[in-house]
Structure formats: C-alpha cells, structure tokens
Design a protein around this ligand. Structure first.
Ligand SMILES: C[S@@+](CC[C@H](N)C(=O)[O-])C[C@H]1O[C@@H](n2cnc3c(N)ncnc32)[C@H](O)[C@@H]1O
Length: 159
C-alpha cells in the first residue's frame, strides 16, 4: 500500500493523545475496527484508516517521516476488562511481538525519520522491554504523576 501521509500512528486505538483526531497528515492504523462499551457506559471508538498488524505492516520501506508506536502494555487482562477494551493486550510472547513491532516501525520510517515509542510500565518494566526490542532510545521522558508512562525517541539512521 502506498502511503499518502508523512506520519503513521501504528496502533491508534481511539486516538486519545491526538490534538486533532482527524489530522489529514496522519495514517491511523489499528488491528481492529470496532466500538465497545465500558462498564461505566463510556464507548471506546476505534475506526482506523487502515486495518493492519504492526508486526507486519502493509507499507513499503521508508514510507513515513514520523512513526508513533503506542502498543498494548498489558499481557494479563481479561477480555471483559475495561483496560482490555480500551488498550488491547499483547501476546503471551510479548517480547517477540514488541520487537517485531519496533522493527517494523523502523523499516517503514524514512532515513533520519523519527519513531516515538510510548510505554506504560504497569506490568512490564521498561528495562525488560528495551532488552526485548534490542534498541536504545536517544532520549525519553517519564510523564504522569506515577512516572509510569515513558515517551521515547528513536532516529532511523541509514544503514
Ligand atoms: C495503548 S492502545 C493505543 C492508544 C492510542 N495511542 C490512543 O491515544 O488512544 C494500543 C492499541 O494497539 C492495538 N493493537 C494491538 N495489537 C495490534 C497489532 N498487532 N497491530 C496493530 N494494532 C494493534 C489495539 O487494538 C489498541 O487499540
């Protein structure tokens, strides 16, 4: 698939962190296209532009200038749990899945482009995740009151 935007959100969910949720410069991808109701009555709306798997993306090499990667951070979550409905869940083999996802983000990123990886440290520690993806971010920042959410930046250097 030939991309038509400079930015990819590889697993957009309900696009909560976007200021403009319909930004025309962004291709919003997710593995699901659905609406589900949480126990408090809120509805989670996930309507990506592209339905795709971040471990096997439907884009050629070097397609985007900026790739955003905010994968599920839970390995253990029941299918009826609100967190599962909102964020999804990783495979039992989460290390292989996350490494494949980051590798794909780097593949579809242009030379000297940027990959932003967001991780929430609720079940898996950042140190373990960085070991699994076998890459080192340039820098990162812990946000929110508990400091458990980490935003990291990677650059794609030509090989
Ligand atoms: C943490 S949520 C993303 C939240 C989003 N950044 C937001 O602001 O709302 C993770 C998303 O990854 C999606 N996902 C899970 N496995 C995927 C895969 N293999 N490929 C693409 N998306 C996937 C889930 O459906 C879920 O919507």
């Amino acid at each position: 698939m030939k991309p038509t935007t400079p930015i990819l959100d590889a697993c957009c969910g309900s696009r909560m962190f976007w200021f403009d949720k319909d930004n025309p410069n962004v291709t919003f991808m997710d593995i699901r296209d659905e609406e589900c109701v949480l126990s408090d009555g809120q509805t989670v709306i996930v309507h990506p532009n592209v339905i795709g798997d971040f471990t096997k993306m439907p884009f050629p090499d070097k397609s985007f200038k900026l790739v955003v990667f905010d994968p599920p951070h839970l390995v253990w979550a029941g299918k009826n749990a609100n967190l599962y409905k909102r964020y999804g869940r990783l495979d039992r083999d989460w290390a292989t899945e996350l490494k494949a996802g980051l590798d794909e983000c780097m593949r579809v990123c242009d030379d000297y482009g940027i990959v932003i990886f967001k991780w929430a440290e609720s079940q898996l520690k950042l140190r373990t995740v960085l070991e699994a993806i076998e890459r080192q971010p340039l820098f990162g920042h812990r946000s929110n009151a508990s400091g458990k959410t980490i935003w990291m930046a990677f650059m794609k250097f030509p090989s």
